[in-house]
Design a protein around this ligand. Structure first.
Ligand code: GLN
Length: 454
């Protein structure tokens, strides 16, 4: 059996060669910081000792990378911004405490879009991340480094955060698995927020089983996050069981500009599952889903503006307005404008109303059609070339299929569906709130189709 130590050494070599700027390989730029090597090696040995004695936690042997907006004590959770370039986290986020308690080995901090504002991994102040599966193309974002690190074989698993798609979108483009948990399933304590009414931390992994394993460890009520709540324990053995009598709702994506070939690939996968597992599939419409992007941005602008007021250069790092990139500044200025008293009730509150409406429409759709899940592509289009100029509208539209479940508070997962022109395509499975067990089982069954061609 491969020990934690051996695996760690392999990953470190891979990172040295293919990630760091001095390396001879692909220079993926997935990591912003690696932990001290000596410390890592010692910890890996200690974990192997525990495994030998049969006293190890659930994540023993797993090597985990963490997105740069999650506090890990002693590391530089910079949010990939010059603003927090020298910030050293004074404490562990709740999810990090839980990972450490279960003997997960944290290897380092990953690159991302600055303050999680982006869909492409290009807004990082420390250079874009490359897509390991398609080198000249974006890996998706904002959890770009986390998805790329898992995809490039530089760690076993990673944590990302998802406000409008930032876990699922890069997971889709990089050919890995990413979970956006139901709002409130995972504590946000220690997450440097983008939009606190939407943010969730979640796993990015090589397969659905590992996602379930990591999710089971990090989820649960936390006194330090009032919206977090307890939920049923995930049954990891049951994840392997093909669920019976599943009824899939195929999302009507009219008006959402989904690439034809991508939709065909999704439909093919659904047909395969229907045939092999004797599941059912029906076409469904979710009213107002075409308003999701327009509803999301006023919420994010205002909440982001409010949460960045603490980055005034006194307590944490430097003054954000003087040290951030274009996209972050746009949101701060936009948020400051639309939260002015004279606009009261116009943008933010209106957006909150549509958010509620969409939440209700999702609930109705699940009930009325008696469906177990809604399936669509994760991202409507293939990834663009790094550095290619695309319009803001097009950039924001990357998340047209992922934002709805953040607004509704549902759980959603992206799994690899296949490739088009050798570029990975992600498929999204959305379930009702706190239905993670069912969602993971359905996703695992889809994943199994990869191995059993029929
Ligand atoms: N791309 C979206 C945005 O820029 C989503 C970001 C996220 O989920 N963190 O806001």
């Amino acid at each position: 059996m491969t020990t934690t130590l051996l695996k760690l050494q392999r990953y470190l070599k891979e990172i040295e060669k293919n990630d760091l700027s001095g390396g001879s390989g692909m220079q993926i730029n997935a990591f912003l910081q690696l932990r001290n090597e000596k410390e890592l090696l010692e910890e890996a040995k200690a974990i192997d000792e525990k495994i030998k004695k049969g006293k190890a936690g659930k994540l023993a042997g797993k090597i985990i990378a963490i997105k740069a907006n999650i506090n890990v004590k002693g590391l530089n959770s910079s949010c990939a911004s010059k603003t927090l370039e020298n910030y050293k986290s004074p404490y562990d986020a709740t999810v990090i405490e839980k990972i450490k308690e279960q003997d997960g080995l944290i290897i380092g901090i990953t690159n991302m879009d600055e303050f999680a504002c982006g869909s492409s991994g290009e807004t990082s102040a420390f250079g874009p991340t490359k897509n390991p599966q398609a080198l000249g193309l974006i890996p998706g974002g904002s959890s770009s480094g986390s998805a790329a690190a898992v995809s490039a074989g530089m760690c076993d698993m990673a944590l990302g955060s998802d406000t409008g798609g930032s876990i699922r979108n890069p997971a889709g483009h990089c050919g890995v698995v990413g979970v956006k948990p139901s709002y409130g399933l995972v504590s946000r304590y220690g997450l440097i927020d983008l939009s606190m009414s939407l943010d969730q931390i979640g796993p990015i992994t090589k397969n659905v089983y590992d996602a379930a394993l990591l999710l089971e460890v990090i989820k649960g009520k936390d006194e330090k996050d009032s919206i977090s709540q307890n939920s049923e324990k995930l049954n990891l053995q049951k994840i392997e069981k093909i669920p019976k009598k599943i009824k899939i709702g195929i999302l009507d994506v009219k008006g959402l500009e989904v690439d034809k070939k991508i939709q065909e690939l999704i439909n093919e996968k659904i047909n395969k599952a229907v045939k092999k597992y004797k599941w059912k599939a029906v076409n469904i419409k979710i009213p107002y889903i075409d308003l999701a992007v327009a509803t999301y941005y006023p919420l994010v602008y205002v909440e982001f503006f409010s949460s960045t007021r603490r980055f005034d250069g006194r307590k944490y790092g430097f003054k954000i307005e003087e040290n951030c990139g274009e996209e972050v500044l746009r949101r701060i200025l936009g948020g400051s404008e639309i939260s002015k008293e004279e606009h009261f009730g116009r943008y933010y509150y209106l957006a909150l109303k549509v958010k509620k409406l969409l939440e209700k429409e999702f609930e109705k759709t699940f009930k009325k059609n008696k469906i177990d899940c809604v399936v669509s592509a994760t991202v409507p289009r293939p990834p663009h070339k790094i550095g290619e100029k695309i319009s803001l509208e097009k950039m924001y539209n990357y998340d047209a299929l992922t934002i709805p479940s953040n607004l509704a508070g549902n759980c959603a997962i992206s799994i690899p569906c296949g490739k088009i022109n050798n570029i990975p395509v992600g498929m999204q499975v959305i379930c009702d709130k706190f239905q993670e067990q069912k969602m993971l089982q359905i996703a695992r069954a889809f994943e199994n189709l990869r191995y059993n061609k029929s």
